[in-house]
Design a binder for this molecule. Structure first.
Ligand code: AHR
Length: 518
């Protein structure tokens, strides 16, 4: 098979916001308890109670943003349970997605901020809009961000942090159309108005530096409902004056629960392509939702501000949760714990490239979730930690952060035609940062290699290539074999008269680096 890829350095499409490589962690299964938090007295080596090996792995990935404490858990979470001396924190019960454990609340606001500090991530706090109240949200925001010496700032200092946490991203509710309250869009907007208006540090002369309030976007997996939710959301918003609104959080899971023969690490060829094609659907959802947001924002009322002239408000499209959601494994050590094979690495790469290619439309995206839940980057097994193939994709894709997406046209044979989207022999993406060009080449074939011919409209020298895959599609890492899937040096790109040539192994993700000569 042969594919042709044409890359134009003359056409810079958009800036790739590092936030597209964001993370999400939740009190669900063993994501936080065991996966991140083991406590200072644990025999597992830890940094202030957080697993050292997990922190070290996260540090290498440098997550630009981490969303916490949920997910669905956020809508039952009371922040005061997680601050103050740990021994005195209340023990609550966690039944989030069948977690079924007591929660000691030893990992709370300060521990989360420490995680963000250690990994150099921006925190995204999601507030409780179901069992909480605007007052509780107000106090959490004051506790986190108030620099002036108020009682809440003093409490924060007493609990170890005199300096404000300065949290910029605040989610107002989570999946409010389902586990977050089964709201209608109208009902949600009515509630959102109160929360957003009550949120401190908004409006007035500080408007430009105000924290970013993120509203609940639709269920990306429900074609009719998601259009209705977004149209109804903006229609309700337009009825009267606008509350502060900066982001709109769409969730998209690549569901793979219908096929009983597909057991995450054991599946046939058809199941391989079903899942890969399923991940492709996200692109059309993003385009649809982006347009609906623009239409909605155009219709919102605007009034001159007594504090000066500000640009018209923008509402950014955010994907707060994404990933593959397979059938639960009977022997899974925690709720929603899944192994991740090369199939998940291919869909992770395809998804990140959808975000890269649409970086003019999507502002931020968070993989669900970083550790031990769904499309994980890291899995823990008692005292052992395993990096999944997905982790390696995130690592290999780091150079794209802060680069410009380039126009990249691919002509490749169709491997499979599926309702959710075609799977082609090669999916390509390219970006440029200064004189460096980075080219991603994904071969999603389960069994065939493919030759790629790359036409680049600039003189460049090949620097290096990194390859993940070329293995059995079911390959994955385990405590016994933690390096079964790991990045290796890719075969070099060879320049001949008609461009750059390379043969891509089956089931692989490659990133090539080129250096422009002028
Ligand atoms: O990521 C797991 C769960 O999926 C989250 O808690 C929820 O928001 C979504 O339904």
């Amino acid at each position: 098979m042969q594919a042709k890829i044409k890359i134009s350095t003359q056409t810079k499409k958009s800036f790739i916001n590092p936030y597209l490589h964001g993370h999400f962690i939740e009190f669900l299964g063993t994501c936080i308890s065991d996966g991140i938090w083991v406590g200072e007295d644990s025999a597992i080596p830890n940094t202030g109670g957080m697993r050292k090996d997990v922190i070290d792995a996260l540090k290498k990935l440098a997550p630009p943003v981490i969303r916490w404490p949920g997910g669905c858990y956020a809508d039952r979470y009371h922040w005061r349970d997680g601050v103050g001396p740990r021994a005195q924190r209340p023990v609550t019960y966690n039944n989030n997605f069948g977690t079924k454990t007591v929660e000691k609340n030893h990992f709370g606001t300060h521990e989360f901020m420490q995680l963000c500090k250690l990994t150099n991530a921006q925190p995204w706090l999601n507030i409780n809009m179901m069992t909480g109240s605007p007052a509780e949200m107000y106090e959490w925001a004051e506790y986190c961000n108030r620099a002036e010496p108020t009682a809440l700032a003093a409490l924060r200092a007493e609990n170890g942090s005199p300096a404000s946490f300065d949290v910029k991203y605040w989610g107002v509710g989570n999946e409010s159309w389902a586990g977050g309250g089964n709201y209608t869009a109208q009902g949600y907007v009515d509630a959102y108005r109160r929360y957003a208006t009550a949120f401190p540090f908004q409006g007035g002369p500080e408007r430009e530096n105000s924290p970013c309030l993120i509203a609940v976007g639709p269920d990306g997996n429900k074609p009719e409902e998601r259009v209705k939710w977004t149209k109804d959301f903006f229609a309700a918003l337009c009825q009267y004056r606008m509350p502060p609104l900066h982001g709109y959080d769409l969730h998209f899971y690549n569901w793979n629960i219908a096929n009983p023969e597909d057991n995450v690490t054991v599946f046939d060829e058809d199941a391989w392509y079903d899942v890969i094609s399923g991940s492709r659907e996200l692109e059309s959802v993003l385009l649809e939702q982006y347009d609906l947001i623009q239409d909605g924002m155009r219709a919102t009322p605007s009034e001159p501000s007594p504090f000066g002239d500000f640009p018209p408000p923008e509402c950014k499209l955010i994907v707060g949760e994404w990933g593959n959601w397979h059938r639960p494994q009977p022997d899974a050590p925690g709720a929603l714990f899944q192994q991740c094979t090369m199939r998940d690495a291919i869909t992770t790469a395809l998804t990140l490239d959808i975000f890269h290619a649409n970086s003019d439309k999507v502002y931020m995206a968070c993989v669900a979730q970083s550790v031990n839940v769904l499309n994980s980057l890291i899995l823990t097994f008692d005292d052992k930690t395993v990096l999944t193939p997905n982790y390696h994709v995130f690592e290999m894709y780091q150079p794209h952060r802060n680069a410009d997406a380039l126009l990249c046209e691919t002509d490749a044979p169709v491997l499979k035609t599926k309702a959710t989207g075609n799977v082609n022999a090669v999916h390509a993406f390219a970006s440029q940062k200064g004189k460096e060009i980075y080219v991603n080449l994904i071969n999603p074939s389960i069994d065939a290699e493919c030759t790629a011919n790359i036409q680049l409209d600039a003189q460049a020298a090949f620097s290096k290539g990194v390859l993940l895959g070329g293995l059995d599609g079911k390959a994955h890492n385990t405590p016994e074999n933690p390096d079964a899937v790991h990045p290796v040096q890719a075969p070099p790109l060879i320049h001949s008269g008609g461009g750059w040539q390379v043969t891509l192994p089956k089931a692989s993700v490659s990133v090539y680096h080129l250096h422009m000569e002028q």
